[in-house]
Design a protein around this ligand. Structure first.
Ligand SMILES: NC(=O)c1ccc[n+]([C@@H]2O[C@H](COP(=O)([O-])OP(=O)(O)OC[C@H]3O[C@@H](n4cnc5c(N)ncnc54)[C@H](O)[C@@H]3O)[C@@H](O)[C@H]2O)c1
Ligand SMILES: [Zn+2]
Length: 359
C-alpha cells in the first residue's frame, strides 16, 4: 500500500518480532540514496532497535547480475551467522532484484521466514514487489528458480522515487502502459494524456497527485489479475503482453553486452505484439500508431537487423510460458480485451519485427 508514514506501517508488523530478529537487505545504490531516509522515517522505534538494524543490514552489489544462487547463499550464510531463526523478519529495501532475490532467500530459509517488501523503483512498485512471485536467474535464463510466496506487507513510500534515474522511471512506466492496455480505453487515455515530460523534470503538486492516482489504479489492475489467478494458471498470463518479444530482445541485448532496462524491452515488445494483434485479431491500427509514437518520443528504438531474427525467434520458442512447441503470445483484440495463448506464423513475427525496427 502507498503510505505517507513507513513507521506506522512497520509498527503494525514489527512488534510481533523481537528487536534482535529484524534484518534488512538492500543494494549499494539504495543504501546510498534511500537507506538514510528510511532510517530517519523509522527513528521512533528508538536507538536500540536502530542500532540492531544497522548491524543487521546486508548491502548487496546492484544489478540483475546479483540475482543468482551465489547471492542467495550469501544471504543464507549471513542470516545463519547473525542467528536468524524462524521468528525473524527480513525487510527488503530496493528494486525488483532485491525483492526477488531476498524474497526467495527468506522464503527458503528454515522453510520460510517472514519478509516485508519496501520497493524503491517504479518497476518494483507496479510489478515485482506485489504478486507473490520471488526468484533468481539460473543457467543463463531469467527467473528459472523461485517460489510463489507473498510478502508479509508491501510498503510503498513514493519519495524514494525521487532519486531514481530517468531510465529506471521509464522502465516502470512501461509496465503501467501494459496495465492500461489490458484494462480499458479509459486507463490508456489517462496515461497517454499524462504530462510525463513535465512530471519527470518539474513535478508540481497537481502532477504528483495525478501520478499517484494513476499509479494506484495501475497497482489495482495488477492486484485484480493476480487475485484471480495467484499461481499463473491462466488469467495471469494477460500480464505477459509485450513480454514474449520483450524477453527475447532483453536476452539478446544482454548477450551483446548492451543490456537495457526490462521495461524498455517490454515496451518495444508491446509495439511488435500490438502489430501482431492488428494482423491476427484486427486490433485498431490507430492505437498501434499511438504507442509507436509514444515509443519514439520516450524510449527510442532498438537497433536490430534481420540477420538477428532467427536468434530472436529461437529465444521466443524457449520462453517458459509456451506450453508446446509453438510460441504463445498474449495479444489484444482491442484495448481491455486480451487473448492469451494466441499463435501466429513465423512470417508474421518477422513482419512485426520489421515494423518495430523500422520506426
Ligand atoms: N517477481 C515479479 O513478479 C517480478 C515482476 C517484474 C519484474 N521482476 C524482476 O524485477 C527485476 C527488475 O527490477 P528493477 O527494475 O527494480 O531493477 P533493480 O532492482 O536492478 O533496480 C534498478 C536500478 O535502480 C537502482 N535503484 C533502486 N532504487 C533506487 C532509488 N530509489 N534511487 C536510485 N537508484 C535506485 C538499483 O540499485 C539498480 O541499479 C528483474 O530482475 C525482474 O525479473 C519481478
Ligand atoms: Zn515485466
Amino acid at each position: 500500500m502507498i503510505t505517507d508514514d513507513i513507521f506506522l506501517e512497520l509498527h503494525r508488523i514489527l512488534p510481533r518480532f523481537a528487536d534482535e530478529q529484524v534484518f534488512l537487505i538492500t543494494d549499494e545504490n539504495v543504501a546510498h540514496h534511500c537507506l538514510p531516509r528510511f532510517m530517519e522515517q523509522i527513528a521512533d522505534f528508538g536507538t536500540l532497535m536502530l542500532n540492531t538494524l544497522q548491524r543487521h543490514t546486508l548491502v548487496l552489489p546492484a544489478g540483475e547480475g546479483e540475482k543468482n544462487l551465489k547471492t542467495v547463499c550469501q544471504i543464507w550464510d549471513w542470516l545463519q551467522a547473525e542467528g536468524a531463526t524462524r521468528r525473524s523478519i527480513v525487510l527488503l529495501l530496493g528494486g525488483g532484484v532485491v525483492t526477488d532475490t531476498g524474497g526467495f532467500a527468506a522464503g527458503c530459509y528454515q522453510r520460510g521466514i517472514a519478509f516485508v517488501n519496501i520497493p524503491t523503483t517504479l518497476l518494483s512498485i507496479v510489478d515485482a514487489s506485489d504478486g507473490g512471485k520471488t526468484g533468481i536467474d539460473y543457467g543463463g535464463l531469467k527467473n528459472q528458480i523461485g517460489l510463489f510466496r507473498p510478502a508479509e506487507e508491501n510498503i510503498i513510500w513514493l519519495p524514494f522515487l525521487r532519486s531514481l534515474p530517468a531510465e529506471e522511471f521509464l522502465s516502470g512506466w512501461a509496465e503501467m502502459i501494459k496495465h492500461a492496455l489490458i484494462a480499458s480505453p479509459l486507463e490508456w487515455n489517462r496515461l497517454l494524456g499524462f504530462d510525463l515530460e513535465e512530471y519527470m523534470t518539474r513535478p508540481d503538486e497537481a502532477l504528483e497527485e495525478e501520478f499517484r492516482a494513476i499509479l494506484m489504479r495501475s497497482m489495482e489492475i495488477k492486484r485484480y489479475v493476480v487475485e484471480m489467478d495467484p499461481e499463473e494458471q491462466d488469467m495471469r498470463r494477460v500480464l505477459n503482453l509485450g513480454h514474449t518479444v520483450g524477453h527475447a530482445l532483453e536476452s539478446v541485448l544482454i548477450e551483446r553486452g548492451e543490456p537495457r532496462p526490462h521495461g524498455y524491452c517490454v515496451l518495444w515488445g508491446m509495439v511488435a505484439e500490438l502489430y501482431l494483434s492488428h494482423v491476427a485479431l484486427g486490433f485498431p491500427e490507430a492505437v498501434l500508431s499511438q504507442l509507436s509514437r509514444y515509443m519514439k518520443d520516450y524510449y527510442g528504438a532498438p537497433g536490430f537487423t534481420c540477420k538477428e531474427y532467427d536468434k530472436l525467434l529461437e529465444r521466443m520458442r524457449h520462453d517458459k510460458k509456451n506450453t508446446d512447441e509453438r510460441i504463445s503470445f498474449t495479444l489484444l483484440r482491442h484495448i481491455g480485451s486480451p487473448a492469451v495463448g494466441s499463435h501466429v506464423t513465423d512470417d508474421e513475427i518477422r513482419e512485426a519485427l520489421d515494423y518495430l525496427f523500422s520506426l
